[in-house]
Write a protein of this length. Structure first.
Length: 590
C-alpha cells in the first residue's frame, strides 16, 4: 500500500520516537546547554552596544574583558557539549530503531518476504535510519536554540526600538510564503528518494548475491544497464533535492539583505536625528543577524524533518506488519505420534489453489515418500508442514492435537529439514553445523555427527578441519559436501520429524550413494517424509503418496502403486527401466 505523499503527516515520526524511548534526561541537558549558549549570545550585542557608545581605553575595565572572554568560552563549551550529547542521543535512537526493525524482520512470516525484496528491507535498516540519526544529531539542537534566539532577539529589539522592529516584521510573511511550499516539495522528493534508494539497494543485492548466474549468462551488460538506470533515477531525485536546498539559502540571504537595507537605512536616519545611538544601531544589526540565521536553521530543520518523516513512514509500514509469535502455544511433549494431514487445502493466492483436499497419515518412525510431476505442490506441502504458511482449509495434526496449537519454536524444534539447495551461511564448517543450536556443542559431538553423515573424511582433509571457511553460501564446498554438512547439522539437532526435499537429486551417482547412506543414518527411528523425483530413492518407503495438480491420486507401497496407479507405473517404467510393470520383476531389479 502506497503512502499518500500529498501532505506530510508526522504521526509516524512522533510514534517512532515515542516507541524508542530516547534518554529524556540527556535530551533536556543538551537542549538546556544549547539554550544557555544562545542566551549568552543574546548578551553579547548589548555588551557591544556599550563599547560602541562609550568607547575609550579608560572605559574598558579588566572585569569587562574577563567577562567577555568568559562569555565566549562558556558559549563555546555549552554548544560543544550540547552537540556531542545530541549526537550520542541520535546514535542511541538509531541503534534502538535498528534493533526493533531487525527483531521485527526476523519475526515476520515467510509470506512477507515473498512480497518484499530483501534489498528494500536492508535499505530500511541502513539508509532510512541514517536519515533519522542525521536529523536528531544535527538539527534538533538548532530548532530549540533557534526559537530561543528569535524570541530573545525580538524582545530586545522591541525594547531598543519598537518601530524598527515592526518594520522588520513586514518581511517575515514573505519568508513564510517561500518556505512553506518548499517544505512540502521536499517532503514529496524525500519520500520518492527513500523508495528509489530501497529499490536500488534491492537490485544490487540480488545481482551480487547471484553473481555466478550473472557471469554464466553473460548478463553483465544487462545488469549494468539496470543498475545504471537506478543510479540515474537516484541522481534525478538527488538533483531535485539539491535544487530545493539551493533555493532555500539564496532566498534566506535575499531576506537578510532586505532586512539589512531597511534596518541600516532607517536606522541611519534615526542615528542622525539623535533618536538612536550608534551603539544601539550596531546592537540592532547584531540581533537581526541572530534572528535571520536561526530562521535559516529552522527552515533546514523543517526540510530535514520532512525527510526523516518520509523515512519513518516506510519503516513504520514494516513495523506494522503482522509477525509470527514464536512462543504462544503448547510445548510438544511427545513427538512420537502419528502426523495426520486432514483435507488440507492451500494456495498462495485465494483463487489459485496449489493443494486441494490433501489427506494422509504418517506413522511414527516410518518413511513416507511424496512423488509426482513437477508443480504438483510437493514443496508447498513441506512449507505448510513447517508452518511457513497457514492452511486455507483443513489441518495438520500431531496425534490428536492440531500443530498450530503448539508454539512455533517448539514445533520447528522437533523438525529437521534437509533441502536440495543445502543452504549455508558464510563462516566455518563448525558454525554451519551448530547453526541455530543454542547449547554448547563439543568436538566429540561434531565428530560423531560428521561421521554419521559421511562428512568426516573430507572435513579431515581440509586445511583447518571444522574451522575451514566455506565461503558465501558454501561456494567453497561441492554439492555433495554441502548436503552432508546439512545432514550432520540435522543429526546434531536430533529432530523427531525429518523432512527431505530432493536431497539427492542434484548429485552425481557417487555422491548420491554416500549421501543416501548418510540419510539412512539420519532417518533411523524418525518419522520421515521425503520428496523425490528419482523413484529409486523411495521404492523402500513404507508408503508413497502420489500428488498430481495438488491432489492425492495414489497412496500405497511401491508394489501397490505399480499395480493400481497408471502414472506411477509410467514414472517407474521410465526411471527404473522396468520392462514388465509387475511387482515380481520390480523386486528382482531391486
Amino acid at each position: 500500500m502506497k503512502t499518500d505523499i500529498s501532505k506530510p503527516n508526522f504521526s509516524s515520526f512522533y510514534r517512532l520516537m515515542k516507541e524508542t524511548k530516547p534518554p529524556m534526561a540527556l535530551i533536556i541537558v543538551s537542549i538546556l546547554l544549547s539554550v544557555v549558549s544562545t542566551l549568552v549570545g543574546l548578551v553579547i550585542p548589548m555588551f557591544t552596544k556599550s563599547l560602541v557608545d562609550g568607547f575609550s581605553l579608560e572605559s574598558i575595565s579588566r572585569m569587562q574583558i574577563v567577562g567577555l572572554v568568559a562569555a565566549f568560552i562558556g558559549q563555546t563549551l555549552a554548544a560543544g557539549v550540547s552537540i556531542f550529547l545530541l549526537n550520542y542521543i541520535g546514535q542511541k535512537v538509531v541503534a534502538i530503531v535498528r534493533d526493533k526493525l531487525w527483531k521485527k524482520l526476523l519475526a515476520l512470516p515467510v509470506s512477507y518476504f515473498d512480497n518484499n525484496r530483501t534489498g528494500e528491507s536492508v535499505s530500511r535498516m541502513t539508509n532510512d535510519t541514517g536519515v533519522i540519526k542525521t536529523f536528531i544529531s544535527e538539527h534538533v539542537a538548532s530548532f530549540f536554540s533557534g526559537i530561543i534566539s528569535i524570541i530573545g532577539s525580538i524582545a530586545v529589539l522591541i525594547y531598543l526600538n519598537w518601530k524598527m522592529t515592526l518594520i522588520m516584521f513586514l518581511v517575515i510573511p514573505l519568508a513564510a510564503l517561500i518556505l512553506v511550499p518548499i517544505g512540502r516539495k521536499m517532503y514529496k522528493v524525500s519520500i520518492s528518494m527513500q523508495d528509489e534508494t530501497a529499490s536500488f539497494t534491492a537490485m544490487i543485492s540480488q545481482v551480487l548475491s547471484e553473481i555466478r548466474l550473472v557471469k554464466a549468462s553473460n548478463a553483465e551488460r544487462i545488469e549494468y544497464k539496470n543498475g545504471s538506470k537506478g543510479i540515474q533515477n537516484l541522481l534525478k531525485f538527488g538533483i531535485k533535492e539539491g535544487l530545493i536546498m539551493a533555493w532555500i539559502s539564496p532566498l534566506m540571504s535575499f531576506v537578510l539583505m532586505m532586512l539589512l537595507v531597511i534596518v541600516i537605512g532607517y536606522g541611519g536616519m534615526q542615528v542622525s536625528s539623535g533618536v538612536l545611538t550608534a551603539g544601539e544601531l550596531v546592537a540592532f544589526i547584531l540581533y537581526l543577524i541572530q534572528i535571520v540565521i536561526p530562521v535559516t536553521q529552522l527552515s533546514t530543520f523543517f526540510t530535514q524533518l520532512q525527510k526523516a518523516n518520509g523515512a519513518t513512514e516506510r519503516m513504520m509500514q514494516t513495523m506494522n506488519e503482522q509477525e509470527e509469535d514464536f512462543h504462544a502455544g503448547l510445548e510438544v511433549t511427545d513427538a512420537k505420534l502419528p502426523v495426520k494431514i486432514e483435507n488440507l487445502s492451500f494456495g498462495y493466492k485465494q483463487d489459485e489453489p496449489i493443494l486441494q483436499e490433501i489427506s494422509f497419515q504418517m506413522e511414527p518412525g516410518t518413511v513416507t515418500a511424496v512423488v509426482g510431476p513437477s508443480g504438483g505442490g510437493k514443496t508447498t506441502l513441506f512449507q505448510v508442514l513447517e508452518r511457513y504458511y497457514l492452511p486455507q482449509k483443513g489441518q495438520v495434526m500431531l496425534g490428536n492435537e492440531p500443530i498450530d496449537s503448539f508454539s512455533l519454536r517448539s514445533w520447528r524444534g522437533i523438525i529437521g529439514y534437509v533441502s536440495q539447495e543445502s543452504p549455508m551461511i558464510a563462516g566455518t564448517i563448525r558454525e554451519n553445523l551448530c547453526y541455530g543450536i543454542e547449547r554448547e556443542v563439543n568436538l566429540e559431538e561434531l565428530e560423531q555427527a560428521a561421521k554419521m553423515a559421511y562428512a568426516d573424511g573430507f572435513i579431515s582433509e581440509l586445511p583447518e578441519g571444522f574451522d575451514t571457511d566455506v565461503g558465501e553460501r558454501g561456494v567453497k564446498l561441492s554439492g555433495g559436501q554441502r548436503q552432508r554438512i546439512a545432514i550432520a547439522r540435522a543429526l546434531l539437532r536430533d529432530p523427531k520429524i525429518l523432512m527431505l526435499d530432493e536431497a539427492t537429486s542434484s548429485l552425481d551417482s557417487r555422491s548420491e550413494i554416500v549421501v543416501q547412506q548418510a540419510l539412512d543414518n539420519l532417518m533411523a527411528g524418525r518419522t520421515t517424509i521425503v520428496i523425490a523425483h528419482r523413484l529409486s530413492t523411495v521404492v523402500g518407503a513404507d508408503q508413497i503418496i502420489f500428488i498430481e495438480k495438488g491432489k492425492v491420486t495414489g497412496r500405497g507401497t511401491h508394489e501397490q502403486l505399480l499395480q493400481h496407479h497408471e502414472m506411477y507405473r509410467e514414472f517407474a517404467t521410465q526411471q527404473l527401466q522396468i520392462a514388465d510393470a509387475s511387482p515380481e520383476l520390480t523386486l528382482q531389479q531391486q
